[in-house]
Design a protein around this ligand. Structure first.
Ligand code: CS2
Length: 471
């Protein structure tokens, strides 16, 4: 391990969860090990108080287990200097946001944490954290409120702003976050939104590393490898990719030294990853879960599903602009291997979460592009129908599960309206969904703002989706 204390803290990271610890923190660790620098990370946890406490008890150190086909390798990661749970102690978070040493604020908080309307870029006044931050700008609880607070106070103190790097799987994530932050800022203080738009960099990024939630086995293997109990251990796959728009006026770690691709335009990489990896992942998660496959690797062993994945990857690739450095069929073959990795136990239920937040950029935009170009849309209709089928909350074998989605209430009432069932559906009433396929698909397509208008206006698309629900 390098001399950690010699490296100051230069990054505040919001959302110090498993993905961050398996991705950005690892790239940063490698840079620090190679050339040092004041780029250690203060991790902020917005939801769990536990992870902040655990990381601090371990002096920020944790084990990364890389599980490949040839076995598991353990590495101790040292780039996290410490962590704070914002809901428990806001003051140190605010202090870090106005520290002149903080030059970048990075985020992995999941799609649903933002509360930004994807079409207009305006904040959603129905989003709980946005509502809270609009009413309490000096006690922010959400990501937008924290960023606005930090930038507002830096401006007042005439400190250079930090750059804001979004690392969530959202389309044009930097642009979207910039729009949301500027909107909330303007509603907080007239003129602040314009100042942020002019002075703050919001580079886009594409992040990729399959990282299942840690299990007891993760912790046991970490303890075995290091000889220490480690409650912050994470496990991940060997593959890792990070493509970052190179726009950091306040400086940045030399992430390219750890393999990140620093580019001028992230959009083509991000579209490839969202549509191919995440689209096929969601297909496997919905169809796989309903068919009784607990893990992605099991769903990949199901021949019918594995053929659907092939078809999906080909159709998604056909919607993309060529990327000079990437061959989409090699990328697709790699994805198949990654999904099938026998050492990674990635739950279909984990990926199936938050479907309404994921569907547009993963599946529906590719479907709409295919429709516009008069290319086949059937496999996108299959994936959409798989989500609808999953939304019924019951597997083919009759096991019920809860929907984990910020719009679960709306989904469940749409389903019940169609079936007339007052409670959760049972297997008997499930059969009636096939009879009500068109009504069910119409009800779910009717969730405001979810489906692109071109799909809603296409009878062929609507029929393809309900067709898959009938079988
Ligand atoms: C997954 C992603 O949970 C999900 O929705 O599709 O987290 C996926 O594993 C990552 O984007 C891979 O980089």
């Amino acid at each position: 391990m390098y001399h950690r204390e010699a490296c100051g803290v230069g990054i505040v990271h919001l959302g110090v969860g498993n993905f961050h610890r398996a991705h950005q923190a690892v790239y940063t660790d490698e840079v620090l090990a190679r050339q040092s620098g004041d780029w250690r990370i203060l991790g902020v946890s917005l939801r769990s108080e536990n992870i902040a406490r655990i990381l601090n008890e371990q002096d920020g150190l944790y084990t990364l287990l890389i599980r490949g086909e040839g076995g598991t390798h353990a590495h101790v990661i040292g780039s996290i200097a410490g962590a704070v749970a914002a809901s428990r102690s806001l003051a140190p978070v605010l202090t870090a946001l106005i520290s002149p040493k903080t030059r970048i604020v990075t985020l992995t908080v999941t799609e649903k944490a933002y509360g930004i309307d994807r079409a207009s870029g305006a904040v959603s006044s129905l989003h709980p954290a946005v509502m809270h931050d609009l009413a309490n700008p000096d006690q922010p609880a959400g990501v937008l409120g924290l960023l606005v607070w930090g930038l507002r106070h830096r401006r007042q103190r005439q400190l250079a702003p930090f750059s804001v790097l979004c690392c969530d799987n959202l389309p044009e994530n930097g642009r979207l976050l910039r729009a949301g932050v500027c909107d909330l800022a303007e509603r907080t203080e007239a003129g602040l939104g314009g100042w942020i738009a002019e002075h703050v960099a919001f580079p886009c990024s594409m992040v990729d590393r399959i990282t299942p939630s840690p299990t007891d086995q993760t912790l046991r293997d970490a303890a075995l490898a290091t000889g220490c109990d480690d409650l912050a251990a994470v496990e991940t796959e060997p593959f890792s990719m990070w493509v970052v728009e190179d726009h950091f006026p306040a400086g940045r770690p030399a992430w390219e030294r750890a393999g990140a691709l620093m580019v001028h335009d992230v959009a083509p990489y991000e579209r490839m990853k969202l549509r191919m990896l995440n689209g096929a992942h969601s297909l496997l998660a919905y169809a796989g879960h309903v068919a009784g496959h607990a893990y992605v690797r099991d769903a990949m062993r199901d021949d019918a599903l594995s053929r659907r994945v092939d078809e999906y990857l080909r159709a998604a690739a056909a919607t993309l602009q060529p990327l000079p450095a990437v061959d989409f069929s090699t990328y697709a073959a790699d994805l198949r291997r990654r999904f099938a990795n026998p050492s990674i136990a990635h739950k279909t239920s984990q990926i199936a979460m938050d479907g309404t937040e994921k569907l547009p950029q993963r599946i529906l935009e590719a479907a709409a592009d295919s429709l516009a170009k008069e290319m086949p849309t059937k496999i996108f209709a299959f994936a959409t129908a798989a989500w609808m089928r999953y939304s019924l909350g019951i597997t083919d074998a009759g096991e019920q599960y809860d929907l984990n989605d910020p719009r679960a209430g709306e989904i469940t009432s749409a389903v019940r309206r169609v079936s007339g069932a007052p409670h959760a559906p049972d297997l008997h009433s499930l059969r009636s969904y096939a009879v009500h396929a068109s009504a069910l698909s119409a009800a779910l397509m009717g969730l405001p703002g979810l489906f692109p208008p071109s799909l809603l206006q296409s009878p062929a698309w609507r029929e393809q989706v309900s067709g898959y629900l009938r079988v």
